[in-house]
Design a protein around this ligand. Sequence first.
Ligand code: ADP
Ligand code: MG
Length: 398
Amino acid sequence: MPITWLDDVEPSLLADKRVLLRVDFNVPLDEHGNVLDAQRIELTLPTIKKLLDAQAKVIILTHLGRPKGKLKSSLSLAKVAHYLRDLIDIEVVFVHDCVGDGVSKIVQDTPKNQLIFLENTRFHPGEENNDPVFAKMLAKNMDIYINDAFGAIHRAHASVDGIVKYFKQPLGGLLLKREIETFSSLLSSPKKPFVAIIGGSKVSSKIGILLALLKKVDSLLIGGAMAYTFLYAKGENVGASLIEKDKINLAHNLLDKAFSLGVNIYLPIDHVVASDINNISSRVVSANEFATNDIGLDIGPKTRVQYKDIITKAQSIFLNGPMGLYEKDEFMEGTSDILHALADNNGFTMVGGGDSIAALNKLNLSHKVKFISSGGGAGLEFIEGKILPGLLALGYYQ
Ligand code: ADP
Ligand code: MG
């Protein structure tokens, strides 16, 4: 059976049903456990509201962080549940586990105009092991399963994958649908010129997406630390910049491939460098002008002008990864200029990646981007064309 989305279902069929809703509320927290950025929660509200309107009894399930199968109080979802209550002004009943008799009893006793919020799935080793026994426990006493967790859809974990077979007609949520449809249309019929901007720290984590995007885009702009592995592969002096020696061959191959496909691939032509990240005295250097101790930490002003010019002329833009060490103001300007140019573009603009979205928020530009993806790794794997376990379980690939 192909995937069934929540909005394919007659709302009356949801009334009085116990609906287990897998979301991705893996949000950043401060040291007191307070929610720092609620974007992922806000993006899921349409699904939650639709279920409440349909008179379903909604039970929210998510993971948070990496507790590695053990109870870790700093990764409790209690404060996230609180946050949700304040956000939608509906009573939220928090349950201190995600399986067991306690859950069944609270689900039984809670009226359907209140939300039930279960504790972190990853407190149980069965979650990440995709343990069928644990998956069955999660499914116990639930009538309907909906997955709206795009950010976790690439995980073969019990609450995403193993659980699905215990339901006759599992559903994909509204956010999941929007993400999949947006990525699909960008990849299958982008308005041209289509420009991808890829940055961030490592070539190794982004090589798959670079290769996949080469077949789709007109221009590929590379920034961030990963640019230095490419520049080094081309024989440039990059001083003490971060390079991945074992990825130099991959970088070479990618440049060759871009050439044979006729894709314009751009690397920084100047850089903001410093010899010590903590004792900052930065300066701008041109290609090959690095001193032995210089670390490249942002794209330079000439690169920004060149990249902005390409961005301004694009009709479709996808960005993943900051252009430099944006967490420090001294190395934020490249990322800032590029994100401003993207935000000012009237074509289709899309941003993915936790750090890229954090940078957008820092610059107050989120509202000017057409689509912000709630999934970092999931979005990258979708673009790469990998089979994503959560989508597979829901029947998407049939
Ligand atoms: P995203 O989360 O958007 O996918 P990544 O996680 O791949 O992005 O990369 C973000 C990280 O890369 C940030 O911590 C940023 O400081 C770092 N970074 C970017 N450019 C550089 C650089 N030139 N040197 C060191 N770190 C960098
Ligand atoms: Mg990141």
